[in-house]
Design a binder for this molecule. Structure first.
Ligand code: SF4
Length: 230
């Protein structure tokens, strides 16, 4: 048992290092210094200070990946620019694609989770997705699409600096944490993404179809609530 735990810890550690290096790379760092020199280049320092508006402007009418061909609108994200809590799903759905807003469907369970479960206004959180354009027929985004869009997500995280990130569903959790583990093994514990605590839980649409998962979701949300309240 001790060996298994140790192996899991080493596995997690290796993933955290990999995530950190990907994160740094997405900010424009191409080489890590071997001797004592200024640790990051000035353009990276600038990116730490950029606003969500700067990032949206840079994204523009993006055609960086093939998802641009079928989308109606880019769904960049919405909410408080300095939110303590950030939610990240995998992709916009059909309604989001039309509205240009994430989790925009009337009566979205995510709104209930935030307002009834966490007892905070939805507008106090920031909500976004791993890829900003709806894939055709709501298919799972491909790895190249995720990797193309991911720098913008990482820049959003860096700009907002949330206290906690809640990642919704297996695709989003695996993409953000660069993991191949199933959601069942990722959820209900905080992961470290370059200093940001990340809690994976079920996607609201999945909970709608699998009501038996509601209790487990609330258990994850409870951990977030406790940590937010210190
Ligand atoms: S998914 Fe992201 S990278 Fe691809 S076109 Fe949309 S905004 Fe650009």
């Amino acid at each position: 048992m001790a060996d298994t735990n140790r192996r899991q810890e080493l596995f997690d550690l290796a993933h955290q290092v990999k995530n950190y290096l990907n994160f740094v790379k997405s900010l424009g760092v191409r080489n890590l210094p071997r001797v004592q020199v200024p640790p990051v280049d000035p353009s990276v320092i600038d990116s730490f200070n950029e606003t969500l508006e700067d990032i949206r402007l840079d994204l523009g009418d993006c055609v960086r990946c093939s998802l641009s061909a079928s989308r109606k609108r880019i769904v960049f994200g919405e909410g408080h620019p300095k939110a303590d809590l950030m939610f990240i799903g995998a992709t916009p759905d059909e309604t989001d694609d039309q509205e240009g807003r994430p989790f925009s469907r009337e009566g979205s369970l995510l709104t209930d989770i935030i307002e009834k479960g966490l007892e905070i206004p939805r507008g106090d959180c920031y909500i976004t997705t791993v890829v900003k354009c709806r894939p055709p027929s709501d298919r799972t985004p491909q790895q190249n699409e995720i990797l193309t869009c991911r720098p913008f997500l990482f820049r959003q995280i860096t700009s907002i600096r949330p206290k906690i990130i809640c990642v919704l569903g297996q695709t989003a959790a695996q993409s953000l944490l660069d993991s191949t583990l199933p959601l069942a093994r990722l959820r209900h514990r905080f992961h470290n993404l370059s200093g940001f605590p990340v809690m994976p839980t079920f996607h609201p649409e999945y909970i709608d179809r699998h009501k038996e998962r509601k209790r487990e979701t609330w258990e994850d949300i409870k951990l977030i609530k406790e940590r937010l309240r210190g």
